[in-house]
Design a protein around this ligand. Structure first.
Ligand code: GLV
Ligand code: GLV
Length: 321
């Protein structure tokens, strides 16, 4: 019997044909919505491999239904949506796509940082609403990016590339991380800082940590209270790293200047969410890695992980526990 693979989202022909050479492929037909849980349950029972993404909740009860499953490959670097322990118990290997999306995600972090600092969404609204009267001396004045302090929380692959981008703007770059990164410090000129000092002194604060039990609500009310009043907070990692109610309060009370957000506690965020009523929030629908090139590479890599997993070979990027 050929191995059976379930793809939780419609994939381009090139990716499907990679898998069809060795597997029977079953695919959720839609690109923009995930399958209902009932379909996932039905498929996971039969599947030897699952090709999933950040919006699929691969939890314990789902994994326990699997009868033949050998590999879960997610088209993402973050895998907090997969119950790794439950997978391990059933000897199911988990694969993700680190590295390939780091530059593209760092680009988006900077996009949000700059768009929020220079009030890009507000400027577009002014034009679209026909509210542009005339050039005005202090109209839509934002804050400088160049020579400001960039504080990066979580100095992994993406954090490092955000820091590198900051050097092009002559930023003063500081970071906090579980471990020091001496080579990166030398190469980029970033300085290690204790969390409190980073929060208290940075003009821009970017979180680039994975979402784990330890980083749940890492950025909370106390953290926002420590920040400068001109601070711009940027999150392209995972929503629940931030206490969103506290973020709303901080923005609404003018405790910080603005926020650039690509991720939210509950995705998709809806238009009536309080955060979206604030003019100083730049919000994007979780598109950190969404360049054509990078998404294609991520999909190819994920298909490869599936093939490696069903052949019983070493998987290039297996989640080690
Ligand atoms: C996207 O959020 C990813 O983890 O790749
Ligand atoms: C603005 O457009 C300027 O010329 O200063």
């Amino acid at each position: 019997r050929k191995p059976y693979v379930f793809l939780t989202r419609k994939m381009p022909d090139g990716i499907v044909s990679m898998l069809e050479k060795e597997c029977v492929v079953s695919m959720w037909e839609k690109e923009e919505t995930p399958p209902p849980v009932s379909r996932l349950e039905e498929e996971i029972q039969k599947a030897d491999a699952v090709f999933c993404n950040v919006s699929d909740n691969i939890n314990k009860s789902l994994i326990e239904k699997a009868e033949h499953l050998k590999v879960i490959a997610t088209m993402a670097v973050g895998y907090n949506n997969i119950d790794i322990k439950a997978a391990e118990k059933k000897n199911i290997r988990v694969a993700h796509t680190p590295g390939v999306l780091s530059e593209t995600t760092a680009d988006l972090t900077f996009t949000l940082l700059m768009a929020t600092a220079r009030r890009v969404p507000e400027g577009m609204d002014v034009i679209k609403n026909n509210e542009w009267g005339a050039w005005a001396p202090f109209f839509l004045t934002g804050q400088d990016i160049h020579h400001a302090r960039l504080g990066i929380i979580g100095m992994g692959r993406i954090g490092e590339l955000v820091a590198k981008r900051g050097t092009g703007f002559d930023m003063d770059i500081v970071y906090h991380n579980r471990s020091r990164k001496p080579e990166m410090e030398k190469a980029i000129g970033a300085r290690f800082m204790e969390m409190d000092e980073l929060l208290e002194t940075s003009d821009y604060i970017c979180v680039q940590t994975p979402y784990t039990e330890e980083t749940h609500h890492l950025i909370n009310k106390q953290a926002f209270q420590k920040m400068k009043r001109n601070a711009i907070f940027v999150n392209t990692s995972r929503g629940p790293i931030v206490d969103e109610d506290a973020l709303y309060e901080a923005l609404n009370n003018g405790e910080i200047q603005g926020a650039g957000l690509d991720v939210f506690e509950n995705e998709p965020i809806r238009a009536d969410h309080p955060l979206l009523s604030l003019p100083n929030v730049t919000a994007l629908p979780h598109i950190g890695s969404a360049s054509k090139n990078t998404r294609w590479k991520m999909a190819e890599m994920t298909a490869n992980h599936i093939l490696q997993g069903i052949r019983g070979e070493e998987i290039d990027h297996e989640v080690k526990r």
